[in-house]
Design a binder for this molecule. Structure first.
Ligand SMILES: C[S@@+](CC[C@H](N)C(=O)[O-])C[C@H]1O[C@@H](n2cnc3c(N)ncnc32)[C@H](O)[C@@H]1O
Length: 330
């Protein structure tokens, strides 16, 4: 039953978020069904059903006829909060959900559905500007919570300069710079992404520690050098095995001896029977890309092929990653 009706819960959350229910309830003592009905100009019957469903899902709490945000909603669903998760909710609802209606087509054609491969070189090529903003907001939302888990699990105390390849909204850079005071980082990403990211870095007050390099890891012959660590967070799942090997080889070439490559992602189990989040994210990659979620053993093999040694797999628990594979250049 939970699998069959999973979309009921997802659509309840997405719709409540779209209605800005959590913004409206934020920092209040709660609102009654009647207040909700008049605020949203909806009849009491649907207002009651929406509030009841949100409370049942743990998004709201009910106390003395009033509904207020649960601590989780207050922290993650209110716009402007540091750990706001709404970007990912919007992307899942507006972009992924309609595409998943045609999952059978993706399975039968082995082609992505959310963009046209005969007109675009990749998902990141020539996207519509509105979608671009939603996409990178979603990546930031997913990564800002994940970055804390990575920062705790992977010890970067000996690293001075880190290159965040495909660093997107700089979520990892912001968290890692806050966690490791000695660290300077650089986001290396496509030009139009760097423009969106500049704003996030300035907002975080870290413009003196986080740089931006406009580049293309597929087209550029070399990646920027002078870094003792390179992070690939949620990058390689977008690409084919041949492209992954190429990107890893370029990272390896850019590192000095003793430098490390850190690959962070939702790894599929080596036994290829789970975990659920990685396995379903992998199907999402069928809908969105030519890539898929790989196993940590597959990553370790590509790192070894590139020349890395001392490869370690570190496990952690976060929304967008369940671990990191780290390899060193001898
Ligand atoms: C799934 S997002 C991950 C973002 C970020 N690393 C994170 O963990 O939040 C993939 C990122 O790769 C970037 N990207 C895609 N193609 C690229 C290319 N050819 N060169 C550089 N960056 C690229 C995208 O712009 C996007 O920011």
């Amino acid at each position: 039953m939970a699998i069959v009706t999973g979309f009921w819960a997802a659509k309840t959350l997405a719709t409540a978020h779209e209605l800005r229910l959590f913004d409206w309830l934020s920092d209040t003592a709660g609102k009654t069904i009647q207040e909700c009905s008049s605020h949203y100009r909806m009849e009491e019957r649907p207002a009651e059903m929406l509030l009841t469903a949100c409370a049942a899902l743990g998004l709201l709490e009910r106390d003395d006829e009033r509904y207020r945000n649960s601590p989780m909603s207050e922290r993650h669903l209110v716009r402007g909060r540091p750990l706001y998760f709404g970007g990912w909710i919007e992307m899942a609802d507006r972009r992924e959900y309609p595409a998943w209606m045609h999952l059978k087509d993706a399975l039968q054609s082995n082609r992505p559905l959310t963009w046209n491969p005969s007109r675009q070189a990749s998902l990141f090529d020539g996207e519509d500007p509105l979608l671009v903003a939603t996409f990178w907001e979603a990546m930031y939302a997913l990564s800002i919570t994940t970055s804390w888990a990575l920062a705790e699990a992977v010890d970067l105390s000996g690293v001075k300069k880190l290159l965040d390849v495909g660093g997107g909204g700089a979520a990892h850079d912001i968290t890692l710079c806050r966690r490791y005071p000695q660290l300077q980082t650089t986001v290396y990403d496509l030009g139009f992404v760097c423009e969106l990211t500049r704003h996030k870095i300035e907002q975080a007050g870290l413009a003196d520690r986080i740089g931006l390099i406009d580049g293309d890891f597929l087209k550029d012959d070399k990646m920027p050098s002078g870094y003792d660590a390179i992070l690939l967070s949620k990058i390689l799942l977008d690409w084919t095995p041949a492209q992954c090997a190429l990107i890893i080889a370029k990272c390896y070439a850019a590192l000095p001896s003793g430098g490390r490559i850190i690959i962070s992602d939702l790894f599929v189990a080596d036994t290829k029977d789970g975990p659920i989040d990685a396995a379903l994210m992998s199907l999402n990659m069928l809908v969105e890309t030519w890539g898929r979620n790989y196993t940590s053993a597959e990553y370790a093999a590509w790192l070894t092929d590139a020349g890395c040694v001392d490869i370690k797999v570190i496990h952690f628990d976060a929304p967008a990653a369940n671990g990191a594979v780290v390899g060193y250049k001898p």
